[in-house]
Design a binder for this molecule. Structure first.
Ligand code: ADP
Length: 748
């Protein structure tokens, strides 16, 4: 081929070769690139596939975890369902329970809005539409007040609302009882919970209130009946006392008349039985008075030691008859004058000492008075008075009952002892009224001890003086079988500054040489050698010291004592005041009782011709028997005695007779004793006369009689049955100067 106008073939071939080469190189390059890309792809594919597989794995674990979780979830959901079922059931139960109870239950939130309430609570508001959740407590209270749901009584509604609302504001809310108009009663109890809710309970207490009302009515009825009973008893005992006056008074007079032994026995039995009956009546009367709240205490200064002594003297004959020792131990450091009701005090002592004597068959009865340690404050002293005996005692299981009324420990056991079973009940109440207390210790067959602790005001200047025996008397010998008595005397004598020697009996006393003592105190009743025999021996040995003999009945041994050379007879139990007076009287005079020291004859029986005017006594008494009793009782007295048969006659007799003393009965026809006294006092005033002494004779012993009687112008009073001794001493006191003498008490 020619190279005609165009490139030659070689060029073409070269070009082609070059192009081929270039293409080959490109191909190679591309194929290398491809390869590299391929490899990269392969790598990427691998990585991808790895990632995929790891993702899958991850997915699979996630999936299985999700599956597990979903299982768990189901469990939880089931549990939740179960629990919520249980909670539902519990709540239902609670509500059912709250709905079943008849009491109202409600809860208010801290803003005092009602959140829940049971039917019983809602019923209070009788279905008012306003009562729904959200209503506030003050709204609720207002609704109750305004709709007449509650019975406000006389309270003003506004006031009631304010009271109820302010109740809720207190720290500890006091329950309140509401009366509803339908007659029901509810007790509202409200409590705040720690998070501020208010829980409210409305308790239905209608039955309880009704029952209480019923009880109160019954109690009032019973009290009324009891008061009526007491008034009846008091009246009866008054009615009984009047005729008893005749019985006891006449029997007393009869037993002193000239009688044969049988007759005397009859008279004394009537008197004894009459007095016993009176004692019972007095107990019943006192008890009725206490029950009816009609007993008042009359406080005045009195001497306690003397009062006890008086009671002991009264009980003496009974104790002597049984051979009991009656002992009295009054702490010599104590004052003796106190302010109190002496009569009631004596009654307490008589009951306790009387019981001690009654329930003791052998041994002793001891009354001891001291003060509770440290009890003296502001002029008050708490006394401890204990009455102790060696009697039959009281079984332990009965001790609690003996202060109750009509309680004799055991009927069978006590049938042999008389008594109403009222004594201790009265004693207990009297002691309480006086502000004290009484307790008892006892052991069967060993004895009993009754202890009264009683605070009493000390009467100023009654503190014991530091009394000293006269200087000539320094050494004392006490001879007594009884250890307690020796101890009491030792204390009393030591207080007076004496050196005291004790001897248990005559033999021991005689062991001392003559002249060892300045005074000798001898008990009369001793076992080996009685007091009189001992005194005789002492005198025969040449003993010149005064010998005091202590006896329970001094008058009965006067003659032998005098003969044995006894200096003085002292009444047992001994008052330390008397002991001191005796020692002081001795001073230096040591001579024994002179045989010519005969007691004077009673004035009324004195054979001498009386001088002076007769005292004039007017007795106003409507009861014939009682006039007779008075007449007989006063017969031995040298007085001019006249009678008036009623109050009017008494006023007339007063004007004509001008008596020195009027004995005035209280219940009389026409004009009673009070009215008659008022008229007499008026006349005295009008005529400018000195007031005559008027003494009431009364069987009344009810309701503040004493004040009543004294208020109408009388000066004194005696309760019936009148005792001769008391009457005589009143007459003796009222006798005008210069009148013929009146003995203050009958002479033996
Ligand atoms: P009573 O009138 O029977 O004496 P009280 O009320 O005085 O009534 O006494 C009640 C009872 O307590 C007596 O019946 C007796 O059983 C018992 N009692 C009281 N004091 C004593 C005492 N000192 N020793 C034994 N028992 C006593």
């Amino acid at each position: 081929m020619a190279r005609q106008g165009g490139p030659d073939l070689s060029q073409l071939l070269a070009r082609e070769r070059r192009a081929r080469l270039a293409a080959e190189r490109l191909l190679e390059l591309k194929s290398r690139e491809l390869f590299a890309a391929n490899r990269k792809l392969a790598l990427q594919a691998r990585a991808l596939s790895q990632e995929v597989s790891s993702q899958r794995e991850k997915f699979e674990t996630e999936f299985s975890r999700a599956e597990a979780l979903s299982g768990e979830n189901t469990q939880v959901r089931q549990d939740l369902q179960r629990v919520s079922l249980q909670a539902d059931r519990a709540e239902r139960r609670l509500w059912e329970a709250l709905e079943t109870i008849q009491d109202g239950f409600a809860v208010f939130n801290p803003r005092d809005q009602l959140i829940i309430a049971n039917k019983a609570y809602l019923k209070i508001f009788s279905g008012k539409a306003e009562i729904r959740p959200g209503v506030t407590y003050p709204e609720l209270v207002a609704l109750m007040a305004e709709n007449g749901i509650v019975d406000l009584g006389f309270e003003e509604p506004g006031n009631w609302r304010a009271r109820m609302v302010s109740r809720w504001e207190t720290e500890r809310i006091e329950p309140v009882v509401l009366k509803f108009s339908d007659g029901r009663y509810m007790k509202m109890i409200d409590r705040r919970t720690p998070d501020g809710d208010m829980v409210k309970l409305a308790l239905e207490i209608t039955d309880t209130i009704r029952y209480e009302e019923q009880l109160m009515e019954e109690r009032a009825r019973a009290e009324g009946a009891n008061r009526a009973k007491s008034a009846f008893l008091a009246n009866m005992s008054h009615e009984i006392r009047t005729p008893m006056n005749g019985i006891v008074g006449m029997a007393e007079l009869l037993s002193e008349a000239e009688l044969n032994d049988d007759q005397r026995l009859y008279a004394e039995t009537i008197k004894g039985s009459g007095e016993a009956l009176l004692a019972i009546i007095n107990d019943v009367l006192d008890f009725s008075k206490i029950e009816a709240d009609k007993l008042t205490l009359h406080t005045a200064p009195f001497d306690l030691e003397r009062a006890i002594h008086g009671v002991l003297l009264l009980l003496r004959p009974g104790a002597d008859a049984k051979g009991l020792d009656l002992m009295f131990d009054y702490d010599p450091t104590l004052p003796t004058r106190f302010s109190g009701d002496e009569g009631r005090m004596r009654q307490v002592l008589t009951n306790l000492l009387g019981n001690a004597v009654k329930f003791t068959l052998s041994g002793h009865v001891l009354i001891r008075v001291d003060a509770l340690p440290g009890s003296q404050v502001d002029g008050m002293l708490t006394l401890r008075i204990s009455v102790e005996d060696t009697g039959i005692g009281i079984p332990e299981d009965k001790l609690d009952h003996i202060f109750g009324e009509f309680n004799q420990v055991e009927m069978a056991r006590d049938r042999r002892f008389e008594g109403t079973g009222l004594g201790l009940a009265i004693t207990h109440r009297l002691v309480s009224m006086m502000g004290g207390d009484i307790s008892v210790w006892s052991k069967p067959n060993e004895g009993s001890r009754f202890t009264v602790n009683l605070p009493l005001p000390v009467v100023a200047s009654s503190s014991p003086k530091t009394e000293r025996a006269p200087p000539t008397i320094r050494r004392a010998l006490v001879v007594d079988n009884q250890q307690v008595n020796r101890m009491i005397l030792e204390r009393q004598l030591s207080m007076l500054g004496l050196d005291v020697t004790l001897a248990r009996d005559g033999t021991e006393a005689l062991g001392w040489p003559v002249g060892s003592h300045d005074v000798i105190l001898v008990d009369y009743q001793m076992q080996d050698m009685d007091g009189i025999a001992l005194a005789g021996v002492l005198r025969r040995r040449g003993e010149t010291a005064p010998v005091f003999m202590l006896s329970t009945a001094p008058s009965s041994i006067e003659k032998p004592a005098r003969e044995a050379g006894v200096t003085a007879l002292l009444q047992k139990p001994l008052l330390r005041r008397d002991l001191f007076a005796r020692l002081e009287a001795l001073g230096g005079r040591l001579e024994p009782l002179a045989p010519e020291d005969e007691p004077a004859l009673p004035a009324a029986r004195a054979p001498a011709v009386p001088t002076g005017e007769q005292m004039k006594v007017l007795a106003a008494e409507d009861n014939r028997t009682n006039r007779l009793v008075l007449k007989k009782m006063l017969q031995p007295l040298d007085i001019d005695l006249r009678f008036a048969e009623d109050g009017r006659a008494a006023v007339t007799a007063f004007e004509q007779f001008r008596p020195d003393l009027i004995l005035m009965d209280i219940s009389m026809p026409e004009l009673d004793g009070r009215a008659a006294t008022r008229q007499i006092r008026a006349r005295e005033g009008a005529l400018g006369l000195d007031p005559v002494t008027i003494c009431a004779l009364t069987a009344h012993a009810m309701t503040n009689d004493e004040e009543d009687i004294l208020a109408c112008g009388m000066d004194r009073y005696l309760t019936k049955p009148v005792k001769r001794d008391a009457l005589w001493s009143i007459i003796a006191e009222a006798a005008p100067p210069g009148a013929r003498p009146i003995p203050a008490e009958p002479q033996p």
